[in-house]
Design a protein around this ligand. Structure first.
Ligand SMILES: NC(=O)c1ccc[n+]([C@@H]2O[C@H](COP(=O)([O-])OP(=O)(O)OC[C@H]3O[C@@H](n4cnc5c(N)ncnc54)[C@H](OP(=O)(O)O)[C@@H]3O)[C@@H](O)[C@H]2O)c1
Length: 241
């Protein structure tokens, strides 16, 4: 076993899988979590293990407080420490607000915002005991600037940014750094229905981001950014400049 453990929620595919593999390359044992896609989770675990570190996948719904706290405590018990937490699990349920039903509002808030609360609570306890830790929350540029058709998602991601800044202030004295990353358009299952060529025309770097672009930023915040806390790092190819 390695001396450091990273926990990546929603690590089965997309950005989370790339983050998990990048942290494995940096020498972390990596636990990933997922909601239901067991095949993708197992594939990511195999890829992580092939880099020579330990890995395992745990299935739970981050929006379910009881289930999440139970499984996260099992993980803490098994590994004895958590050095890095990446709150990455997320969903979209897009639609204009006029027609946005309560189920679609609740699903996004409960997963993207309350999910981070559910996972982070038990982990902060062990990080405080360790007097060491890094927490990275996956926000979105939509949480900073808003987006028509994503009132639920923007509200959750703006909430994540406030959560990040508040935790950074609360936990700094325990040597725990808390930052958010706000990706622009990244090529994953979440964005596969969009017209990527048309979107790329509006991005100064003229391409959508790849999950690895986000993963490298996570690694930087964990390993190099030792004096950075409470920040929102926009990784968007210049879209919001
Ligand atoms: N892609 C973008 O352009 C973009 C831009 C800005 C921000 N983000 C944010 O980046 C994060 C990752 O996005 P992505 O594009 O990589 O998404 P994705 O490809 O759709 O993957 C979502 C991941 O979250 C997991 N997940 C979803 N609901 C969950 C739940 N209730 N409980 C536990 N796990 C759950 C999924 O597990 P299963 O595989 O089991 O379904 C999967 O691992 C999200 O927070 C998203 O909001 C993405």
């Amino acid at each position: 076993m390695s001396e450091k453990l990273a926990l990546v929620t929603g690590g089965s595919r997309g950005i989370g899988a790339a983050v998990a593999k990048e942290l494995a390359q940096a020498g972390y044992d990596v636990v990933i979590t997922y909601a239901g896609n067991e095949e993708a989770a197992n594939k990511t675990v195999d890829e992580i293990k092939s880099t020579g570190v330990e890995s395992a996948a745990y299935k739970f719904d981050v929006s379910n407080n009881e289930e999440t706290v139970r499984v996260v405590n099992e993980i803490i018990e098994k590994y004895g420490r958590v050095d890095v937490l990446v709150n990455n699990a997320g969903i979209t349920r897009d639609g204009l607000f006029m027609r946005m039903n309560k189920d679609n509002w609740d699903a996004v808030i409960n997963t993207n915002l309350s999910g981070a609360y559910n996972v982070t609570q038990p982990i902060v306890k062990i990080m405080m005991k360790q007097r060491n830790g890094v927490i990275i929350n996956m926000a979105s540029i939509v949480g900073v600037y808003g987006n028509a058709g994503q009132a639920n998602y923007a509200a959750a991601k703006a909430g994540i940014i406030g959560f990040t800044k508040s935790l950074a202030k609360e936990l700094a004295s325990r040597n725990i750094r808390v930052n958010a990353i706000a990706p622009g358009f990244i090529s994953t299952d979440m964005t596969k229905g969009l017209d990527s060529e048309k979107i790329a025309e509006h991005i100064p770097l003229k391409r959508l981001g790849q999950p690895e672009d986000i993963a490298k930023t996570v690694k930087f915040l964990c390993e190099e950014g030792t004096y950075i806390t409470g920040q929102v790092i926009q990784v968007d190819g210049g879209l919001t400049v």
